[in-house]
Ligand binder design. Structure first.
Ligand SMILES: CC(C)(COP(=O)(O)OP(=O)(O)OC[C@H]1O[C@@H](n2cnc3c(N)ncnc32)[C@H](O)[C@@H]1OP(=O)(O)O)[C@@H](O)C(=O)NCCC(=O)NCCS
Length: 293
């Protein structure tokens, strides 16, 4: 491509700003995704130089966000291109801009959770599959279970440090900043305190634009994980719940299937670079969201 062609290209990338949130959220709605405006605001507050907008002939056409967890791992999310502007290279260009930003920050491994169509774009750029997960949808069936079992209690602000270390062991790296932002936005938060001052699990139930979102839920044991899932679902008043579960977490998958949840769509966790922080998907009973891990 000559420099003339480059300057006359209808595609342009720039930083996503708060003024773009209405457009970004309209794209999100077109794709039937569940995030909220508060999620966009959080992305911008967390990574103001790492969220991007693509324009086509000056019109906003696509988005992508990043989160740096540390030098070992960063996340790419919210890759969306308006249906009118697809297959013109915008998705790929947004992704390349994210990679450029993250490499500039010294990040050595980049991950994302890919939809089947997104996977085609990521494969082309060298991303490899790590494991599969599925989005489940359902509602609490039957009466609310007794939730006082096994040390289950509400999440308190003072739990943050214990939650962060439990979460880091399961996820692979600390998400302390993310969790600190998600907890106050949540509908409910619970922990399992296995003995005084020791947590065996934590979980959040969050608002969504289409349905409640169950996650993240992280636990050291099947018992603690399912106790959290049941305790959080008990707070849903039978509203529809979306729940992303790693297929490797057989306990959560079989509980979901046995309790009326059905699979809505498959996703693939992918990574680029050296997988320095693999984490343990068997301790992840619910993701925090494909857009953040
Ligand atoms: C995925 C998405 C962002 C791709 O955006 P896009 O601007 O159309 O992608 P590009 O034009 O840059 O495509 C890059 C390459 O990806 C592949 N690709 C993209 N869309 C594809 C499709 N529908 N089917 C098969 N391959 C596809 C192709 O190899 C393409 O190159 P080509 O057009 O030269 O063949 C867009 O389809 C979208 O917003 N989908 C809905 C939301 C979503 O699933 N986002 C991904 C989240 S992980």
């Amino acid at each position: 491509m000559t420099s003339d062609q480059q300057t006359s290209s209808p595609a342009r990338l720039r930083l996503l700003t708060r003024a773009d949130v209405p457009f970004a959220d309209s794209l999100r709605a077109l794709a039937d995704w569940n995030q909220t405006r508060a999620d966009w605001e959080r992305f911008l507050a967390t990574e103001p130089n790492g969220c991007f907008l693509a324009e086509w002939n000056g019109a906003p056409a696509g988005t992508a966000t990043t989160i740096v967890y540390g030098p070992e791992l960063a996340w790419i999310g919210m890759l969306l291109v308006h249906p009118d502007y697809r297959r013109r290279g915008l998705g790929r260009a947004l992704l390349l801009r994210c990679l450029e930003y993250l490499r500039g920050r010294g990040v050595r491994c980049i991950k994302l959770d890919a939809t089947p169509v997104g996977r085609a774009v990521y494969h082309g750029l060298g991303f490899q599959d790590e494991w599969t997960l599925r989005r489940w949808v359902g509602q609490r069936a039957g009466p609310a279970p007794a939730t006082s079992a096994a040390g289950l209690r509400p999440w308190r602000a003072a739990d943050a440090a214990l939650v962060a270390s439990l979460d880091a062991a399961a996820f692979g790296i600390s998400r302390q900043r993310l969790l600190a932002a998600l907890a106050p936005q949540s509908v409910a938060g619970l922990v399992v305190e296995s003995e005084p001052g020791r947590l065996a699990g934590y979980g959040l139930l969050r608002p969504g634009s289409q349905a409640l979102y169950l996650g993240p839920v992280v636990a050291e044991s099947a018992e603690a994980g399912l106790c959290l899932v049941e305790g959080l679902l008990a707070r849903t008043e039978s509203q529809t719940v979306l729940w992303d579960i790693p297929d490797l977490n057989a306990v959560a998958v079989s509980w979901a299937g046995a309790n009326g949840f059905v699979v809505q769509r498959p996703l693939t966790r992918m990574f680029l670079g050296e997988n320095l922080a693999p984490g343990n998907p068997r301790q992840q009973f619910a993701l925090a969201g494909p857009e953040v891990g």
